[in-house]
Design a protein around this ligand. Sequence first.
Ligand code: ARG
Length: 276
Amino acid sequence: MIPNKILMCKPEYFDISYAGNDFMKNNINKFNKVDALNQWLELKKIYEKLKFEVHLIEPVDGLPDMVFTANQSFPFKNTEGKNCVLLSKMKNHQRVDEVKYFEKFYKELGYIIYYTPEDIDYFESMGDCIVDYERDIIFGGYGYRTDEKIYDYLKEISGKKIVKIKLQNSMLYHLDTCFSIINRDTIVIDESAFDDDTLKLFKTLYTKIIYAEKEENEKNFVCNNHSPDGKNVIVQRGSEKFKSDAIILGLNIIETDTSEFIKSGGSVFCMKLMFY
Ligand code: ARG
């Protein structure tokens, strides 16, 4: 079941103050706060226009990455259909404290809450877990921000099929920077992030593959697009190659500007969380 609610966090305290990934490195203190806020408001409007309920979590002073709501939690339905969540353990210390605010959010919603076990060093939820809701498969990226071992635990608590994917390109540090699922047939990938076996597997599962151009992906985060309904695809403005490939497949492209957030290593997919 595809979640129908969107969770976002206003970038009130958004900042690029440390080098948490290759994109941040070159952009310390180089972003425009007003532009960032307007870009975020625009994205929120897009989801509202598509008739998704947008919920907000309060931003917290001193947590500059909280706007990337894909990373702190992994919501799922268990085998009895109950709402559950596995909370992250963030790799960069600057983000660790974000998780407790998400814990509170889920507690108020009555979710069953699971924690990343002590012996697992890090897990960044929907940055690395991409779900094919129709097939009920979780693709679990690991290597940079997520410890492979979390997937045994996630399998145990969720009862779901998990396909583990070792990421190969350190610049593309989360699975959502190099892979996205648009619908049952269609995915977007940046080939530089995967080994041959993974690429073969993608080809056996999906009949339509959009190959993101390496430069366009690094500049515009096209793999970090988001399709909340399998038809509309929200993506960074100016991604010409991606746009023409997607239009040929009959998809509706919604362009928006997330450039201030790309400087921090995230775009549309990371700026929201889908939950139940
Ligand atoms: N600055 C954030 C970090 O490095 C960006 C996170 C983007 N999120 C994502 N799912 N790729 O953690």
